[in-house]
Design a protein around this ligand. Sequence first.
Ligand code: HEM
Length: 210
Amino acid sequence: MAASGAALAGFVVAHLAGNLQIFLGQEAVNRYAHFLKSTPGLLWSARLFLLAMGALHVVTSAQLNREARAARPEPYAGKAYIKASPASRTMFASGLIILGFIVYHLLHFTFLKLHPQYGQLTDALGRHDVYSMMVLSFLNPLICAAYIVPVFCLCLHLSHGLSSLFQSLGINTERSRAGLAAGAVVFAWGLFAGYAIIPIACQLGWVKLP
Ligand code: HEM
């Protein structure tokens, strides 16, 4: 679970770096999207790897959950959370929201099923105009919310998940635990800021249609 989580977190960082090119303008975004699509070997290896890591993460989380229940078949008489953070208590719910978001997101931007007209957008070089597709989408405040809320859940999930990862890999020691947990929180909320700023920038007109 830790290894698949680390791989997925790596994707989330790389994807953010790609998406932030929206601040560099239409040419940068479309060149990058075109590069990915015109190197199918790279694209499909990454897709298959991600799919395998996503499936492994879901299957191992279900297994862990079963083991935890088996270890304590009788529920506790009362639920008094002493050290559990809101992030750790909502891992299952935030995981489900992330899964739902990925389905929505793929239908929206990759398979172009929700707004098929975005598939017709092309730039001066005849490439798919991914830049304009993003800006047009995020002019709609409901679509902005449909991204910002799940990305919030993703970062909540990551803030706890990374601490668990350090624990699983045995990096955590008595001395380093607090520092690593704080690092995980800063990393997760940094990611949230990076993802959320994209729809917000389109709404506020910082990023405009070409
Ligand atoms: C503001 C937030 C985000 C924006 C603007 C964004 C943008 C995009 C765009 C434009 C594409 C399609 C690229 C193309 O077809 O040319 C894409 C694909 C994708 N995004 Fe995002 N994304 C965001 C957040 C996320 C998050 C949080 C995740 C994961 C949890 C994610 C996972 C994916 C995946 C798996 C693909 C499919 C890649 C492929 O196989 O082609 N995205 N994203």
